[in-house]
Design a protein around this ligand. Structure first.
Ligand code: GCW
Length: 684
């Protein structure tokens, strides 16, 4: 059982259908490998592993022309066959590939051709994925290009082995303030990431504490280099999160002022040293002046000054600075209605547009607050036409059930990517900004916080694997539907029994709306327990310093963020969206309380009052979780015992959580409003 779950979606389950095995065998007798590199080696070993496991026999390997049916893999220049002509190759971007199946002189050939080596590896994974879905491979003619340039994952792993917001055990990278030395597991992680097209990783928490500050020193660089070697073989670049105060902490300088020449020199030497270990090092990820982390503000410098000193140091080596925009005042007074945390990123960064060097990329969380179950899109997207941008998602389910509750997040991310900012009129969707096309960014793409740990199944809840898989697939191609992606994952992971597929797919597709139903209503967010962020606590953050308020009182609830009477946040959007959110007429129900403070008796577009909506969704949410559990129990005979037990246990806990939310929320608002549930259900 452990073996199965350990391999996640790369378990390449044996194909039982004889005819299909024979069909694949017609192409897969041997591998003709053209070219040599570590990435090509990864492709070959993955194909061998996969084909062996699917078909029961390993293909032979050749490096020179052969006569048998074969998979021919290599870059376009090496393959040198009219079948992959220039016209075709010109359609590929750097990471793109072609898959073609042909019958030449009575032998079947499958071409896996990349523009560069990484394309060959991606093509190999694609073929294995087709086989996971039991698709036929005759007459294939596939051209694939990733839509986004940076397809990144951020680990929030600390060197003591803990993971900030980790819900799947301890770090696979570190233990006891050392590298774990578990290179095999790290390699398997690289395989998982590469199989869905991820090409960059930062390997330590953005909160860089004492020990991790030394990752950029000779104490740890040899191990960072080893890690980078593993990821490199899968086309993944390694980055480090750095402590902005490193010149002081590591360099023993008196300051980390970015405009101080000593500091500048220090970063240059440090960077050079890092590149002496890792010649293709990706660069730095930086959380500065954010939640008590040091940054340029301490020296009265702005974030462009802050980022540029690092960018200058990285520039000669082709490295980049990924600078996070999660900058806000975390020492607020709820009475002070002149500050609004939602406005902070825009206020801090928009005025700096055009001031960053061109190897700086701003990393912006998808919403203006913090990965809530529902938020509007951050107004910074589209607002900075002269500055490279990455969007940041959270695959880790910090606020969406912590991998206990089921919450398939691809539908949420799709909504964000499809959101039209109107930055340049219609069709200025977020996906067209972060793919670099709308403003011609030099660097751009998507990053996300990982959800894995050293649990055997990687993600705590086995079904949470779908989020990691889905993240990679979606950012490769944002036009894929959430459902197609889920289906691929289910087939690769659970096989092909129709009712198994249907049930798991159904569970995944309903899970986000269900989670939304029983937690904080109508976009208002939070209402969770402070600190660990699991379970309800309606006023948990209401009077604290973090700027996350709902302002519920006897009469109503919600945050007035309008220009007319509120914080003016709506004014950060382009006209079309500003008007849309500003007006009660058009503001969508699901975000109503994010933008407006309304009485409990306010009528939604749905026809319900706010208070009745709260009651109904919370009663319904619990019933829906019961249904999820019921559906899942129908699979008892079909699933591996350990996986079944793992998911069932999570569903039981989810049910308890949903009930607690229902009761706390309903009671709270019943007491505040004094308004009865129309249906007279039991409110505790
Ligand atoms: O979501 C919040 C988390 C913090 C995290 C921070 C961030 C790494 O609660 O744990 O710190 O965001 O994104 O920097």
């Amino acid at each position: 059982a452990t073996e199965v779950s350990y391999h996640c979606w790369l378990q390449y389950t044996k194909i039982e259908d004889e005819a299909l095995v024979e069909h694949y065998q017609r192409y897969c007798q041997s591998l003709l490998v053209l070219g040599k590199s570590t990435i090509i080696e990864s492709a070959v070993s993955e194909l061998q592993k996969g084909l062996h496991s699917y078909l029961g026999s390993k293909p032979s390997i050749a490096t020179q022309e052969i006569n048998s049916a074969a998979i021919i893999l290599g870059t376009a220049d090496k393959v040198n066959n009219p079948i992959v002509n220039n016209e075709l190759i010109d359609k590929l971007n750097d990471d793109g590939y072609i898959i073609k199946s042909v019958n030449e002189n009575d032998r079947n050939i499958l071409y896996l051709v990349g523009k560069s080596d990484i394309g060959v590896l991606y093509a190999a994974f694609h073929l294995l994925r087709l086989m996971a879905s039991r698709k036929m491979v005759d007459n294939l003619s596939i051209i694939e290009n990733p839509r986004n340039q940076f397809r990144m994952i951020n680990q929030w792993d600390n060197m003591d082995g803990s993971i900030e917001r980790g819900y799947s055990g301890q770090s696979i990278f570190y233990t006891d303030n050392q590298f774990s030395g578990d290179w095999e597991r790290i390699k398997d992680y690289a395989r998982l990431l590469s199989s869905v097209g991820i090409n960059a990783i930062s390997i330590n928490n953005v909160n860089v504490f004492k020990v991790e500050t030394n990752l950029i020193t000779e104490q740890f660089l040899p191990d960072v280099a080893k890690t980078a070697d593993i990821f490199r073989a899968y086309g993944i670049k390694t980055f480090l999160s750095i402590n902005y105060a490193s010149p002081i902490e590591v360099g023993k300088l008196e300051t980390a002022d970015p405009l101080n020449p000593e500091v500048e020199k220090w970063w240059q030497q440090k960077t050079k040293e890092i590149y002496s270990y890792i010649p293709d090092f990706g660069g730095f990820v930086v959380k500065a002046d954010s939640e008590h982390r040091p940054g340029p503000f301490s020296y009265n410098r702005n974030h462009a000054d802050g980022a540029n000193v690092l960018a200058k140091a990285l520039q000669p080596f082709g490295g980049v600075v990924i600078w996070r925009c999660f900058v806000y005042n975390c020492l607020q007074d709820w009475r002070d209605r002149s500050i609004d945390r939602a406005k902070a990123a825009y206020d801090n960064f928009k005025p700096l547009d055009g001031k960053f060097l061109d190897n700086v990329i701003l990393q912006i969380k998808n919403g203006p607050m913090d990965f809530q179950v529902r938020e509007p899109v951050s107004p910074l997207f589209g607002a900075m036409s002269e500055t490279n941008q990455l969007i940041e998602f959270q695959v880790a389910q910090e606020y969406t059930g912590q991998q206990i509750d089921l919450c398939y997040l691809v539908p949420q991310w799709k909504e964000v990517l499809d959101f039209d900012t109107y930055a340049k009129g219609k069709q200025s969707e977020v996906k067209n900004i972060v793919d670099g096309s709308l403003f011609n960014f030099k660097y751009s793409g998507i990053a996300a916080v990982s959800n894995i740990g050293n649990d055997t199944n990687w993600t705590g809840n086995t079904l949470a694997q779908a989020n990691l898989y889905g993240y990679g697939r979606l950012i490769w191609n944002p036009e894929l539907s959430a459902e197609e992606i889920a289906e691929e994952w289910v087939e690769a992971t659970f096989g092909h029994k129709q009712h198994v597929k249907e049930i798991i797919l159904n569970m995944l597709m309903q899970s986000w709306p269900i989670y939304e139903n029983y937690t904080a209503p109508l976009g208002v967010g939070w209402m969770i327990n402070p600190g660990h962020h699991y379970g309800p606590n309606i006023d948990g953050y209401e009077y604290s310093v973090w700027g996350t308020y709902h302002f519920a009182d006897h009469d109503g609830i919600g945050v007035d963020r309008t220009i007319a009477t509120g914080t003016g946040y709506t004014g950060q959007y382009f006209r079309e969206n500003a008007d849309y959110y500003e007006s009660l007429e058009t503001c969508p129900d699901e975000l109503l309380l994010f933008f407006h403070h309304v009485p409990y008796t306010y009528r939604l577009h749905s026809g319900k009052t706010v208070i009745q909506h709260i009651y109904d969704t919370h009663f319904e949410g619990v019933e829906q979780v019961k249904q999820l559990r019921e559906m899942f129990t129908r699979l008892e005979k079909d699933l591996d015992k350990a996986i079944y037990a793992n998911v069932l246990d999570r569903l039981e806990r989810q049910l308890a959580n949903a009930k607690e939310w229902r009761d706390k929320i309903n009671t709270y608002f019943y007491r505040k409003s004094g308004i009865n549930d129309e249906k007279n259900r039991m409110i505790y």
